[in-house]
Ligand binder design. Structure first.
Ligand code: NAP
Ligand code: MG
Length: 506
């Protein structure tokens, strides 16, 4: 396999003074409104993905810290000011959190960039506004959570009148476990609806990317969130995460991450039968029909579908299908785009794509590329990168077969496989033949074909003539092994609400 060389200007791995100050001391965890060390006294390293060097240390939470955080969340839920607050007051605090994100957009984008590896410019243009808007969107819902009045006709009580209604109540203490690919956005998707419904939270960020969550803890206190409403415990999945998922004091766990860990969450939750929602992996098909209105636009869209966020997106368009007649043009266009992408540190304003998040992720993605090549795929762009940071070049594979591991499994990197197909009846079963069902896309100018195909695709989101369109108001989630439940939109409120039926004999 050939390799690309990346040179990095040290200026682009040195954070601003402001961020250096934030990183200069071991960051503590947030429990009950206080910044505290871990009970064990341990901390863990945070690496800069552009250099592979340690750049900060963070308090390492485990089950003892999770216990304290759950107690704080219980206290805040049962006896704190949060439960007594009027919905409008809660709404104002949630809105203020969104405002503070915009006020601190430079710092948060920079922290997100050096922690995750993504371009600071992209973080500022995409991750930050989407995350802040999620808080603004859910701030609006806090005042609109309503029950119903329900007419009864109880058959064994003729002549008796009842007044029956439902109350929507917060589920209580919520455990939230999030991944490293969009640290702030995943935090916002989780916290927005939980706070709007009046729950209290223990959040465990990914060990690879705890920094922005900890900064958000400061901003949430500044916004006036009462102590203990959101507790943030960084730590490893196997210890802190597992303890949170299993904790008897937690009424609901919301998880985003791999399907493999999702299954562990379900097992852990079975002890007290806490409610569970899951946002898991994907292997999304992206289908370009030859009657697409604008093949060039489809090619740009398909490039963005796989290369955005370095392919570390649960909805990445990793299986690209191009109809015979436009296949060569699509391969050529995607290859050209892949070769044009400039690799560099997240803080380099001239770089289009940063490093992957970690050595583990780098090894995993390179391993998949090797596996594909060993199984007979042809690499027309990309591959390994010669650098100590965690870089992979945008990679395009052809000559793949549906049975290959790289077509069946989620790679979670900038690696696309392009296959030709004959017509819609041939491609639909292929597109749907996956254990996942998170997203799918299709490109055509034929309106009937577009809607009929969208209806037959087994996916929680179908994009037509576009890709990677997200909005706080649009439900998001997976069919099949891509998850349980929906996030965003008013659908996400259901994850955090109980329904109480109240019946009065009149
Ligand atoms: P992961 O390994 O499943 O980790 C996700 C989170 O779970 C991390 O905070 C992790 O902690 C924690 N965790 C690990 N083992 C655990 C355990 N036994 N009990 C409780 N928590 C545990 O996933 P990842 O590699 O970070 O993220 C990539 C995956 O997330 C991909 O599969 C991607 O498709 C999926 N994803 C899905 C969505 C969606 O909305 N559907 C969005 C983004 C990502 P540590 O990392 O600290 O160990
Ligand atoms: Mg991990």
């Amino acid at each position: 396999m050939s390799s690309t060389t990346v040179t990095i200007d040290p200026a682009h791995t040195t954070p601003s003074q402001n961020v250096q100050n934030f990183l200069s001391t071991t960051r503590k965890m947030l429990i009950g409104g206080q910044w505290v060390d871990s009970v064990s006294g341990k901390s863990f390293p945070v690496y800069n993905p552009a250099t592979g060097e340690e750049m900060a240390r963070v308090a390492e939470g485990d089950s003892a810290d999770i216990d304290l955080a759950v107690q704080a969340a219980q206290k805040a839920f049962e006896t704190g000011p949060w439960g007594k607050m009027q919905p409008l007051e809660r709404s104002r605090i949630i809105w203020k959190i969104g405002d503070l994100m915009y006020e601190n957009i430079e710092e948060l984008s920079e922290l997100e960039s050096i922690d995750n590896g993504k371009s600071m410019g992209v973080a500022k243009a995409v991750d930050l506004p989407l995350s802040a808007d999620t808080f603004h969107y859910y701030a609006g819902w806090a005042t609109k959570i309503e029950g119903q009045t329900i007419p009864l006709s109880v058959p064994y009580a003729p002549g008796q009148n009842y007044h029956a209604y439902t109350l929507r109540e917060p589920v209580g203490v919520v455990g939230q476990i999030i991944p490293w690919n969009f640290p702030l956005l995943m935090l916002a998707w989780k916290l927005g609806p939980a706070l709007a419904t009046g729950c209290t939270v223990v959040l465990k960020p990914a060990e690879e990317t705890p920094l922005t969550a900890l900064r958000m803890g400061e901003l949430m206190l500044e916004a006036g969130l009462p102590e203990g409403v959101v507790n943030i415990v960084p730590g490893y999945g196997e210890t802190a995460g597992a303890a949170l998922a299993a904790h008897d004091g937690v009424n609901k766990v919301a998880f985003t991450g791999s399907s493999e860990v999702g299954k562990l969450i379900v097992q852990a939750a079975s002890g007290n039968l806490k409610k569970v929602s899951l946002e898991l992996g994907g292997k999304s098909p992206n289908v370009i029909f030859k009657d697409a209105a604008d093949i060039e636009a489809a090619i740009q869209g398909a490039s963005n579908a796989i290369f955005f966020n370095h392919g570390q997106v649960c909805t990445a368009g990793s299986r690209l299908y191009a109809e015979q007649g436009v296949y060569d043009q699509v391969v050529e266009g995607i290859t050209e785009n892949a070769k044009k992408i400039r690799l560099g540190a997240g803080l380099d304003p001239n770089a289009d794509m940063g490093p992957l998040v970690s050595q583990v992720q780098l090894d995993r993605v390179n391993g998949y590329i090797d596996c594909g090549l060993n199984e007979g795929a042809k690499m027309v762009a990309g591959g390994k990168v010669d650098h100590s940071g965690y870089f992979v070049a945008p990679t395009v594979l052809t000559d793949t077969k549906h049975e290959m591991k790289i077509i069946r499994e989620e790679i979670f990197g900038p690696v696309v496989a392009i296959e030709p197909f004959k017509d819609v009846e041939e491609i639909l079963p292929v597109a749907n033949d996956s254990t996942y069902g998170l997203a799918a896309a299709l490109w055509t100018r034929d309106l009937s074909k577009a809607h009929l195909t969208a209806a037959r695709l087994q996916a929680g989101t179908v994009w037509i003539n576009c890709y990677h369109v997200y909005d706080a108001s649009l439900p998001f989630g997976g069919y099949k092994q891509s998850g349980w439940g929906r996030e965003m939109g008013h659908a996400a409120l259901e994850n955090y609400l109980e329904t109480k039926s109240v019946c009065v004999a009149l």
